[in-house]
Design a protein. Structure first.
Lengths: 331, 308
């Protein structure tokens, strides 16, 4: 089982490589990828440095070009594909059919992975991309239970990569417009959810309020910690009750089900968090490396180490973790 | 545009019912639709596979009645598939042999491609011409633009579009804006999805989610999340930039025939768009919005000319 780790800059990439990533995924410094944040990602020269560092240590580099171009800006995504291909990266992670069509035609030798943003949740959907564009691996949305992942792995014509740790999208990826409904910018079109330019933090006498383009997402007491105003992690009123109507601030953590994921034949585990710090990347990569190695050695007797769990929890949203949709009861 | 390049009058379609209604209510609803000036009707369950008020043969019966009433009928597939049993449902629908299919995820496209013509639903992520052309090459004859795209994007599409493809836009109603593994209606009832008790039948227009300032913000509809505001594009029926062949109206538990009538009168020029909007406001449970059409936040509302 391959460990795929995030890198938003060169120090993070080094942290991932040094702590045991099998592959690192990165993006360009624009809206062609789903972590289009200020100060994050790589330009041409930096990618060269990335590749040199990763290659010297036997780590693969994947480039995510996983947003959706429109008629007016398609050329920018073509350039991103060309640039990555010219650098000789190990794979592209793509979401858009048009971009895949371009990449498969122009760079037939280049390995393609299906991004989670393509929203493929069944073996028939995965088969479409494998047959049409020669896609060789699919990253699947965080909507399937372990049993459903097992069925998909069994029926899929290509290997399956799943999310193993990190911030949790509770909506099926690639088809969530919550952010664009409120701000006009969302993951598909702009490469970011709840963009920072729309976020306002304001203090009242006793509260701290977080807003996204004016919409109140959460209100906490001054002594509480306020989370980033991602819409799906806000507190709202439904049927007269106030609470986390969609999901609490929490991170996905699959350590408890690692033997299951290994047994059912998942090909790769992805860590979320290109926007996070090098320290986060180092910690999570190190823990997941140790866990995967221990689990591979002796899956029958694998028990997640307490120290691993506390390390992961310490870097989790809301300092808590969940198995998310993998666990049927969560749904 | 027709293949000859001549502009045809805009057609009106009725999207699939997004909510969970009982069998009688669904049958009555489509009876009331038969006599309206709607041109196209999309039928079927697109949100949750557990909702089974009607079986496939019941849907086909409704479809046949509507066809006899002069409507074009399309069967729509689920937007989010998770289990193999759901793939089976979609496969059965695709193989119905009598009515065309609206594919709402790539599984359905994979089943239909090369076999029969199909319609690409709004949740297929068709954001650019290369994607559109690829799907047209596989048998897609009509596409529904993703709700978050604007009139400018549609105009860009139209400039280079293969003429044989029809464009449809989501023109009325609460917009589907997210899907999840989790059922939020069940969550509001503090039960997991597997023990939902079909509680969404109690919310024929969905369950309101408000901010803590009591702003009605989103609508929970099982595993689907919708905008609380209703999208209204009646003003685009005659806009020079519109360019959509078909305007889709989304069913609501009440006043759907009235909504159809207002869009119909407006397309015929019997009613001005501003006057229609005033009347439509009274038929919507919440404020109206059209921000996406103007390349802004979907929840925003602009006048027909684009001023806020």
């Amino acid at each position: 089982m391959e460990l795929v780790c995030p890198a938003g800059n060169l120090p993070s990439l080094k942290a991932a490589v040094d702590n045991g990533a099998d592959a690192v995924y990165i993006g360009f410094r624009d809206e062609t990828n789903a972590r289009h944040f200020a100060g994050l990602n790589f330009n041409d020269a930096q990618i060269e440095q990335c590749l040199a560092y990763a290659r010297s240590r036997g780590t693969k580099v994947y480039v995510a070009i996983n947003t959706y171009p429109q008629p007016g800006n398609f050329a920018k995504w073509e350039r991103a594909v060309d640039q990555a291909a010219e650098h000789g990266v190990d794979a592209l992670i793509l979401a858009d059919i048009g971009v895949m069509d371009y990449a498969a035609e122009k760079w037939p030798e280049l390995r393609l992975h299906l991004s989670v943003q393509a929203s493929a949740t069944t073996h028939e959907a995965v088969r479409f991309y494998a047959e049409q564009f020669g896609v060789q691996r699919a990253v699947i949305p965080r909507v399937l239970s372990v049993k459903q992942v097992e069925a998909l792995v069994h029926d899929s014509p290509i290997p399956i990569e799943v999310f193993g740790f990190g911030s949790l999208c509770v909506m099926v990826e690639g088809r969530c417009y919550l952010s664009s409904y409120v701000t006009g910018q969302g993951p598909n079109t702009f490469g970011a959810c709840s963009p920072a330019s729309f976020v306002r933090w304001s203090e009242t006498d006793s509260n701290l309020e977080t807003r996204l383009n004016g919409v109140l997402i959460d209100r906490v007491n001054k002594d509480e910690k306020a989370g980033y105003p991602t819409i799906c992690k806000g507190r709202f009123i439904v049927n007269g009750e106030t609470g986390y109507a969609i999901e609490e601030p929490t991170s996905l953590n699959t350590l408890p089900i690692l033997p299951e994921l290994l047994r059912i034949g998942v090909a790769a585990i992805k860590i979320e968090g290109r926007q996070r710090s090098p320290a986060y990347v180092a910690k999570v990569t190190g823990v997941m490396r140790a866990a995967i190695d221990a689990c591979t050695r002796d899956p029958e007797n694998f028990i997640p180490d307490e120290d691993w769990l506390s390390q992961l929890t310490s870097v989790s949203e809301g300092v808590q973790t969940t198995l998310g949709a993998y666990q049927r009861e969560w749904q | 545009m027709s293949p000859s390049g001549k502009a045809l009058p805009v057609r009106l379609s009725l999207g699939p019912i997004q909510y969970y209604w009982g069998k009688e209510k669904i049958i009555d609803f489509y009876r009331s639709v038969e006599t309206t000036p709607i041109d196209i009707v999309y039928l079927g369950e697109t949100v949750c596979s557990k909702r089974r008020s009607l079986r496939l043969r019941d849907w086909i019966e409704i479809a046949e009645r509507l066809r006899s009433a002069g409507k074009e009928v399309v069967l729509s597939t689920l937007a989010l598939l998770e289990a193999n049993s759901e793939l089976g449902q979609v496969r059965k629908l695709c193989g119905n042999g009598a009515f065309p299919i609206e594919a709402n995820d790539m599984s359905a496209v994979q089943m239909l491609a090369g076999e029969t013509n199909f319609i690409g639903g709004a949740s297929l992520n068709i954001y650019n011409l290369r994607t559109l052309r690829k799907l047209v090459g596989m048998g897609m004859t009509r596409w529904v633009m993703p709700v978050e795209l604007s009139q400018n994007v549609l105009a860009d599409f139209r400039q280079e579009m293969p003429v044989a493809i029809e464009s449809e836009v989501f023109a009325w109603g609460r917009m589907p804006i997210a899907y999840s593994a989790r059922c939020y209606t069940a969550r509001a009832h503090k039960v997991p999805k597997d023990a939902c008790g079909y509680c969404c039948i109690d919310y024929p227009d969905g369950l309101m989610l408000s901010t803590r300032e009591d702003e009605e913000f989103l609508v929970i509809n099982g595993i689907q999340t919708q905008s609380a505001k209703a999208q209204n594009l009646v003003h685009a029926l005659h806009g020079s930039t519109a360019g959509a062949d078909i305007f889709r109206l989304s069913p609501q538990s009440e006043y759907t025939p009235e909504v159809i009538s207002l869009f119909d009168q407006t397309r015929k020029g019997a009613l001005k768009a501003d006057a229609a909007t005033e009347e439509l406001k009274a038929l919507a449970a919440n404020d109206l919005c059209n921000g996406y059409w103007f390349n802004e936040a979907g929840m925003a509302s602009y006048s027909a000319t684009g001023s806020q």
